[in-house]
Ligand binder design. Structure first.
Ligand code: HAM
Length: 429
């Protein structure tokens, strides 16, 4: 049927990462994991698919992400499963399941992976998103918050993006400060109910803090005059927050306080922050994080505080200014004729075993076609194997930048290219 032959496309809100851009993504992921490892954060992988309850209980039924954005379905066994919308709840589930807290604390883990949220797609907002994150679990000290925040800021800078770090404390759920503040805020919002956008009235009843994130102009005007958390923090929460700020100042990490920063996930307690990029329009948050001292208990574990962040790789790629990366190919082998093609294959493997980048023709193209491909590959050298060279056991080595060419024994190619590459690299240093 004609319909069955229609070219299939990726789902709306998802996109393929194809060369050449996919290479810089992979480099940024490696840079992230290396930067995280230097502070002791080791890789962790958790399943993309979890029981829906992990997020319903962990992230919170009332959060926008859980209530409106999850990809949830019933599997053939009748279980409710969800494609993870974020990484923290799954990481905490794994830490509890494997009793990792029995070892030394904090447990420090790092992850890089796809998350799924059914949002309205736009620039910097996708349905499949890729997050890079770290979590420090099992420590309550403000030093831990500061360490996590600094690692994120340092990585963003190393990846070539500029950022503003905004910071707040939203108090502790266990302490009087959050409860007290939320009731003061709720009373204020109730007085202004008539001025709010319709959908924000309902949101306010579920969680008044959410209104700080409203995009609606009239709600924003109401919230501009709302009482703020900083005047309501209890003694221990205030002390914790001041210590975090001192540690950041000691480390030379600039930040801006923002008492309206509340974050969208329900597990947050105390410190909350965002890394804001520029040039991203409305989706300008490169990453966000915070403390989540009640998450372990929400998932059925014993009390186990934690703090972490996640960065959106897709957004980071949009704002970073990256230096051009060099080609991955050192040598392109041009082969003319059957015997030369067989020799080219053997030479390519030999060069690659010697840690050189080598490419060769795969479709018996003409000399002209192969030379064109050589220059496309970015290779510095071409090794030309023609019939004459083959008969003499030689190869023509051509410097594709300088243009000069000379014949050398075929058996010498790998050694000579290795030497020339070393010389070039030390001249560059
Ligand atoms: P989040 O603020 O929901 O936090 O997401 C973190 C980052 O993921 C955002 O700042 C953004 O860069 C990126 N992001 C989120 N949704 C999308 C989307 N639809 N398209 C593209 N990028 C997106 C969390 O997920 C928490 N788990 C962070 C955390 C870790 N808190 C503690 N530990």
């Amino acid at each position: 049927m004609a319909g069955e032959r229609k070219l299939l496309r990726a789902l709306k809100g998802t996109f393929d990462k194809v060369p050449p851009e996919s290479r810089s993504r992979a480099e940024v992921i490696s840079l992230a994991m290396a930067t995280f490892a230097r502070a002791g954060y080791q890789p962790i992988e958790t399943p993309i698919l979890e029981h829906t309850e992990v997020f319903a209980r962990g992230v919170g039924q009332d959060s926008e992400v859980v209530a409106k954005q999850m990809y949830t379905f019933t599997d053939r066994g009748g279980r409710s499963l969800t494609l993870r919308p974020e990484g923290t709840a799954g990481v905490m589930r794994a830490v509890l399941e494997h009793s990792l807290a029995r070892g030394s604390l904090p447990i420090k883990v790092a992850y890089a992976g796809a998350m799924f949220r059914q949002e309205r797609p736009q620039k910097g907002r996708h349905r499949e998103l890729f997050q890079l994150g770290i979590e420090a679990i099992g420590a309550e000290a403000p030093l831990t918050d500061a360490e996590v925040i600094e690692v994120g800021a340092r990585f963003i800078a190393a990846a070539g993006a500029s950022q503003t770090l905004t910071l707040n404390s939203i108090g502790h759920v266990d302490s009087s400060c959050r409860l007290g503040y939320v009731s003061v805020l709720a009373a204020y919002i109730e007085r202004k109910e008539g001025e709010l956008a319709e959908e924000d009235r309902a949101r306010a009843r579920v969680n008044p803090l959410r209104l700080f994130d409203s995009k609606d102009e009239s709600t924003r005007a109401v919230m501009a005059g709302a009482p703020l958390i900083d005047e309501h923090l209890c003694g221990p929460c205030r002390e914790h927050f001041e210590s975090v700020q001192r540690y950041l100042t000691d480390a030379g990490v600039p930040f801006k306080l923002d008492a309206r920063l509340v974050r969208g996930l329900d597990y947050y307690t105390r410190t909350a922050w965002e890394y804001i990029g520029s040039g991203l329009g409305s989706q300008d948050t490169i990453g966000g994080g915070g403390r989540y001292d009640g998450l372990a208990e929400a998932l059925g574990g014993a009390r186990l505080p934690g703090v972490g962040f996640a960065l959106g790789l897709d957004r980071l790629m949009l704002v970073r200014e990256a230096p051009e990366t060099g080609p991955t190919t050192d040598v392109y082998i041009v082969a003319l004729g059957e015997a030369a093609a067989a020799a080219a294959w053997k030479l390519a493997v030999e060069l690659r075993r010697a840690d050189l980048g080598a490419e060769l023709d795969h479709s018996s193209r003409s000399m002209k076609g192969q030379m064109k491909d050589a220059s496309r590959s970015g290779a510095r050298w071409a090794v030309i194997l023609g019939e004459e060279e083959m008969a003499r056991g030689e190869a023509a080595l051509k410097d594709l930048t300088a243009g000069d060419q000379h014949s050398i024994p075929l058996a010498e190619v790998t050694r000579r290219v290795t030497e020339m590459k070393k010389r070039r690299e030390s001249a560059r240093r």
